[in-house]
Design a protein around this ligand. Structure first.
Ligand code: ADP
Ligand code: ZN
Ligand code: ZN
Length: 742
């Protein structure tokens, strides 16, 4: 047996895995992730490495292969657990070990940490002035200058102050001896959280919150580290429950990771954690510079951090003794990586939890079908918060049928009902959010008169219109000529929904000239702080109406918002993938949940061409269970996750002919390799965007009841691809249970 070893965990060196032989006395003792000492380079320097895999057949001549010197037994090295996690990710999601390691291991940047000295005045203003007179009387001008400077600004950088005032160190030292000032050394590592710790108001838990937290604590204390789904309606106080759980874990000397979708990672959210855990909270997000990020990792390694908050990648924070991983808004598509390995944070967190004896808490008002399904099967423990925390009622929801509006001659994008309610709110000085559902795909074609949508007869997803005048299914490749007249009612109102946020903003300003309007979309949030600025302006009442895309759905509490209007609720319904109904239900429910967070009950208007669709009906009724039942029926009948497992094999290349030939071969290979197995192989089809930057794309879908049948198939395909020259110029990626279509 031979072991594959990475020798140094820096990003630069990760591009090579070395092969070592395993001496007899170590046989059976090595696992993936085990730390070993190996001879390295010409001088056979002893170096530390990690086992990342094994092979029976060596790649090099056996006499050239060196032997592992020894293994470090049962070290609690954090790296070895992360290496083991990487190996699991490679196995579960495809890609190379190097790609997996690069995802998992913290960035190691070599850089000096700058320590800045600061000077701080220790006297009050009155004392300072008295002391100043004293110096002036004694003609101690340098000392007076320093004091005057500090009275203006009581805390200053050492270098700046001495330079600015032309002061020698002896003067500063003299003042220090006299107790006028102190010299502090700034924290070696920058903490991006720069808030004052404030006293958190104690909340009195509702019985549901208490029950959820107690169940977790009881299990935790008895050494049961499991996975929980905290299923709580919008505003039910999930965050408070997370914090209680985290505190329990932190009190026992362990650490916690909190994953939050980047978009919801606002000042307001971080402040709540900071209020409870103070300096021992850190954040990682894409707005931090590389230096700030590696500072946070250093702080973690130094044991200065108990709670790390961040988006998906924060999952790999190298805590020494991780006790809990929280995933807020667990249903969000952002938890699935779009780079190889295309891991899902939920499953990966659960695996990390297993490796480290940590618990995992998933939270959502609209759980992913996967999470709810696993609860039903008893794999996760469900903790339910059915009521809002401050006892506010859930909002009343009205569905307006835009087909009826059209019949009555209202061709505006606002229904009469929504317009009327908006006028009411503006009169009362309450705030309004208008949510434009842009999550959909411009490709689908529907009838504005009857709501009919053109779908694939085989896959039950909507067809997308292509430039060549065809309507195409992106799963199986089925296509028909585009229809001009509605096949259902004969009207000629066939088309897509095109208005963007900007057009809507103009329209709203025309309809309501006296109202203050803010718009939040990709354009207005391009700058670093754009997102935060708009949200806080709206929170401060600087505008009456906030118009936005799904960005406005989460992250902030606006107690003065009493009306939410959802425009084009159907948009996301006709994305041509199997998750569109789920996504629609979640978006509508979350958007509706923004209304009535304060003391006044909220109202919601959902505008749709398709009021009968179950995802709209159930969202309006705020009935998750009802939605779940319907949607699971669909997934079971069609064989989509979580009822079955789905593997997408995405192949891309510049030469379309070659690509088509290769993909055909690949499919034939898959059919052969999968013979007599319980597999269904579909495609190849052109994905939604068939060509990007002159790179052509094709997808093969493979369905099975059994995940491991798919990983075996992936391994076979990887070998086949490696052995065949025809694939050399093509790129092949695997995506298990994809969140989006390609
Ligand atoms: P969620 O994360 O479920 O949407 P939050 O944790 O943000 O809910 O809570 C919603 C609001 O209710 C917050 O303003 C929070 O401070 C408040 N809250 C939470 N728990 C309680 C409680 N037990 N009593 C009173 N207010 C609470
Ligand atoms: Zn029609
Ligand atoms: Zn189809």
């Amino acid at each position: 047996m031979y072991a594959k070893v990475i020798v140094d965990i820096t990003h630069e060196k990760l591009d090579k895995i070395f092969e070592y032989s395993i001496p007899g006395e170590l046989e059976g003792m090595l696992k993936v992730g085990t730390e070993v000492l190996v001879p390295f380079g010409r001088g056979n320097r002893e170096m530390r490495g990690y086992v990342v895999g094994f092979s029976d057949v060596p790649e090099y001549a056996p006499e050239q292969i060196k032997e592992i010197l020894k293994c470090e037994e049962d070290k609690r090295a954090i790296e070895s657990k992360l290496v083991a996690l990487a190996a699991w990710m490679k196995e579960t999601y495809g890609g190379t070990m190097i790609q997996a390691l690069k995802t998992v291991l913290p960035i190691k940047t070599i850089k000096k940490t700058i320590k800045k000295k600061r000077i701080r005045l220790l006297l009050t203003k009155e004392e300072g002035k008295e002391r100043m007179d004293f110096y002036l009387n004694k003609n101690q001008k340098a000392r007076a200058r320093v004091l005057a400077g500090l009275l203006e600004q009581p805390e200053q950088e050492y270098g700046l102050l001495t330079k600015k005032l032309n002061i020698s160190p002896s003067v500063i030292n003299a003042l220090k001896e006299q107790g006028v000032l102190e010299i502090t050394e700034e924290q070696a590592f920058r903490n991006p959280v720069k808030y004052q710790k404030k006293e958190e108001k104690e909340v009195l838990f509702t019985p549901e919150q208490k029950n959820a937290a107690d169940t977790f604590k009881r299990d935790y204390d008895s050494g049961q580290f499991g996975t929980y789904l905290l299923y709580g309606v919008t505003g039910s106080g999930k965050t408070e429950v997370y914090m209680e759980m985290i505190q329990h874990v932190v009190k026992k000397g362990r650490q916690a990771i909190v994953l939050i979708p980047e978009i919801a990672l606002t000042y307001q959210t971080v402040l709540r954690f900071y209020g409870k855990f103070g300096e021992r909270v850190s954040i990682l997000n894409s707005r931090l510079s590389g230096g700030e990020r590696s500072d946070q990792i250093e702080r973690v390694k130094n044991g200065e951090v108990d709670v790390m908050i961040g988006p998906r990648s924060a999952l790999f924070t190298p805590f020494k003794d991780l006790g809990l991983i929280v995933i807020d808004e667990e249903h969000e598509a952002a938890y699935k990586s779009e780079q190889v390995p295309r891991y899902h944070a939920r499953e990966t967190a659960i695996m990390r939890g297993k490796l480290e004896n940590a618990s995992v808490v998933l939270g959502s008002a609209t759980p992913s079908l996967e999470a709810y399904y696993r609860c039903e099967k008893g794999e996760y423990t469900r903790l339910t918060l059915a009521r809002r925390a401050a006892r506010q009622a859930l909002p009343s929801v009205y569905v307006t049928d835009m087909r009826e509006e059209l019949k009555r001659g209202n061709r505006s994008i606002l229904s009469d009902r929504l317009k009327g309610l908006m006028n009411d709110r503006l009169k009362m000085g309450q705030q309004i959010m208008l949510f434009l559902n842009r999550r959909g795909y411009a490709g689908f074609v529907s009838c504005r008169s009857c709501g009919y949508v053109v779908k694939c007869p085989h896959c039950d997803v909507s067809l997308s219109s292509h430039k060549n005048g065809m309507l195409v299914c992106h799963y199986c490749g089925y296509e028909i000529r585009a229809v001009k007249k509605c096949p259902s009612c004969g009207s000629s109102y066939m088309g897509g929904f095109k208005a963007g946020t900007e057009a809507i903003e103009e329209l709203i300003k025309r309809e309501f000239p006296d109202a203050g309007v803010l718009r939040m979309d990709m354009d207005t949030t391009r700058t670093k702080e754009g997102h935060e600025r708009i949200l806080s302006a709206f929170a401060d009442g600087e505008a009456d109406i906030l118009i936005g895309t799904q960005m406005i759905v989460k992250g902030h509490d606006f107690p003065n918002v009493t009306l939410v209007g959802i425009l084009a609720a159907d948009m996301s319904l006709y994305g041509d993938d199997y998750r569109s109904a789920e996504r629609t239900f979640a978006l509508l429910t979350q958007a509706a949940g923004r209304a009535g967070r304060g003391s006044i009950k909220g109202e919601v208007v959902i505008q749709t061409y398709n009021p009968e669709h179950y995802s709209i009906e159930k969202a309006a009724a705020q009935d998750y269970e009802g939605f779940y039942e319907k949607e699971m029926d669909y997934r079971r009948i069609m064989g989509y996750p979580p009822a079955a497992e789905l593997l997408a094999v995405l192949v891309t290349g510049e030469d379309e002919k070659l690509l088509d030939t290769a993909v055909r071969y690949l499919k034939e290979f898959a059919l052969r390799a999968g013979r007599n197995k319980d597999l269904q192989i579909i495609g190849p089809a052109s994905p939604f965007v068939g060509k990007v930057n002159d790179i052509y794309r094709r997808v093969i879908y493979i369905k099975s009841k059994d995940y491991s049948a798919l990983t075996v198939m992936k391994d076979h395909m990887e070998q086949y691809i490696e052995m065949n020259k025809g694939f050399q110029t093509l790129k092949i990626q695997f995506d298990f249970n994809p969140m989006n279509i390609f």
